[in-house]
Write a new protein. Structure first.
Lengths: 246, 289
């Protein structure tokens, strides 16, 4: 069953397409990596799915999903690390859809917060200010928040940038658990080895679709070369590139 | 001795009690707003908006003289206009927000002084610029207390989205549609409290009671709750000490209050355990990491 369908989708900024005429679909319960060269439109595609960015052309169909079913971890999250809140406070934000502006944190909520903190390996750090966390610990805390969001569709934009190998292994395990629970996970990634080892499906993007399917089929050197050439061609003449799509 | 120094001025003189009540109302209403301004790195926005109130209040003055209602409404309108206009200029042009704010507040200040001068005297101008905390009448006190109550109530309602909007605005936008409402309501609170502060401390000093206690408290409190409570306490203490100093040494009361808050801030910068100069340079702190 399809979770996400892109129908002739063109997305971009100021009418300049970053993603052009994308026509593919992502199955429910799949674990999909989005790969492609810099400027290929990977992050733009996720912003389109979250609704932050509206399509210039075509549409994104969320089959059976509403926006509340989506959890999104943006690239280089713009969290103010100097803001005086603790890890527990940050993780508790994941309960927003349950408690909103006024709901109390019940004992059950607190237990779930502690469980989420433990699940990402931050036990004992709940009372630490977020400003005192390392980059890896911060990313673990953000994953704990995602755990509490309990979303059916999880979107991750470059979740392993600038974090240590152990943190990455632990967070990959969290992602594998989501997949095992039947959630749909879509992650923008750069590291091809990680994609080959942990993501069964891959969508390769170079503004336009290069290929989408089983990772073993998509991640070929020919596809990678093609993706690079397509992006370079677009960078050389972005306006022509844009007009051809519109 | 202690009675004479600390209690007698308030016990004997109604204008001192009124001044204290007015200052406490401003401290309770404006300081939490100042804490969020500081945490959102919008302290300069507060300053620009405080100056922006001047031409609005001056137009009110031009129409109705030193009328509380006219100057309040004028100040509110002008403050909101500049808050929105400076945001618009920085979003729609190449100018950065700090430059657009500086431009707006300089223009506002010049315009305000010009308008007051065309009709009023130097005394009127001093009243508008530095306030009249020792001459607060019943109507002004009711206004200040009402604004403080409304402000605290609104902050209580908005607290969670406001914290999210400050700490992780992208996340708030992804889970809720409250982001824009929160931002606009917060700007209204800033303007409202600046107008309240303007009546007592004047346009030039109003932002001081908002930002200085917040900035000082940042060096002592770790959590947001402690920060809000401590900032409020610093503001109330600064107000009372400032009023007493102005009474005993015949100093202008508005600047005396702000200077006391300034001294607390300076001491906090040096001695504050949370990122203060001394704590930052302790070898123990460095080796712990």
């Amino acid at each position: 069953m399809t979770a996400l369908a892109f129908r002739n989708l063109t997305l971009g900024y100021d009418a300049l397409p970053a993603v052009k005429q994308l026509d593919t679909q992502i199955s429910e319960g799949s674990l999909t990596a989005i790969v492609g060269p810099n400027g290929a439109g990977k992050s733009t595609l996720l912003k389109g799915v979250t609704g932050v960015l509206s399509p210039i052309e075509g549409q994104i169909e969320l089959n059976g999903f509403v926006r509340d079913d989506i959890a999104y971890l943006p690239q280089g999250s713009d969290i103010d690390r100097s803001f005086p809140i603790t890890v527990t406070d940050l993780v508790a934000m994941g309960l927003w859809r349950e408690i909103g502006s006024f709901g109390w944190l019940t004992r059950g909520h607190r237990a779930r917060i502690d469980e989420a903190i433990a699940a990402v390996g931050l036990t004992g750090l709940g009372k630490r200010a977020i400003g005192s966390l390392s980059g890896g610990q911060m990313q673990r805390a953000l994953f704990a928040r995602l755990l509490l969001q309990d979303a059916r569709l999880v979107l991750l934009d470059e979740p392993f940038t600038a974090i240590d190998a152990r943190t990455m292994a632990d967070l990959l395990q969290v992602i594998a658990n989501w997949h095992a629970e039947g959630r749909t996970v879509v992650a923008v990634l750069h590291d091809f080895e990680t994609v080959k080892d942990h993501f069964p499906q891959t969508l390769m993007l170079a503004r336009e679709l290069v290929d989408h399917g089983p990772t073993t089929r998509v991640m070929t050197s020919e596809n990678q070369m093609r993706a690079r050439q397509m992006c370079e061609a677009c960078e050389a003449a972005p306006h022509i590139c844009g007009k051809s799509a519109a | 001795m202690i009675w004479d120094a600390l209690i007698e001025p308030f016990a004997q003189f109604g204008f001192m009690r009124r001044a204290m009540l007015g200052c406490v109302a401003i401290a309770v209403g404006a300081t939490p707003v100042g804490v969020f301004l500081m945490l959102r790195r919008m302290s300069l926005t507060g300053d620009a908006m405080a100056h922006a109130i001047l031409p609005g209040a001056a137009v009110g003055f031009l129409i109705s003289g030193l009328s509380l209602g006219a100057m309040t409404i004028g100040g509110l309108i002008a403050g909101m206009l500049v808050a929105l206009a400076s945001g618009f200029v920085s979003r729609m042009t190449a100018l950065k927000e700090d430059a657009s704010l500086a431009a707006f507040y300089l223009i506002s200040l010049a315009l305000g002084v010009l308008i007051v001068s065309t009709r009023g005297s130097n005394v009127d101008l001093m009243h508008v610029l530095f306030g009249t905390v020792l001459a607060l009448d019943n109507a002004a006190l009711i206004l200040l207390c009402s604004i403080a109550s409304l402000s605290i109530l609104t902050l209580a309602i908005l607290f969670r989205p406001l914290v999210l909007e400050c700490a992780d605005p992208q996340f708030l936008r992804s889970v809720s549609k409250l982001s824009a409402v929160t931002h606009l309501t917060f700007l209204c609170l800033v303007v409202m409290n600046l107008v309240a502060g303007f009546h007592a401390l004047g346009t030039l000093m109003a932002v001081g009671i908002m930002i200085l206690p917040a900035a000082g408290a940042r060096f002592w409190a770790v959590g947001i709750g402690g920060l809000l409570g401590l900032a409020m306490l610093i503001a109330i203490a600064s107000s009372i000490i400032g009023l007493l100093l102005s009474y005993h040494y015949s100093l202008p009361s508005g600047p005396a209050i702000i200077l006391v808050a300034g001294i607390v801030y300076a001491l906090s910068v040096i001695f504050g355990p949370v990122g203060g100069l001394i704590s930052q340079n302790l070898p123990r702190q460095r080796t712990a990491n």
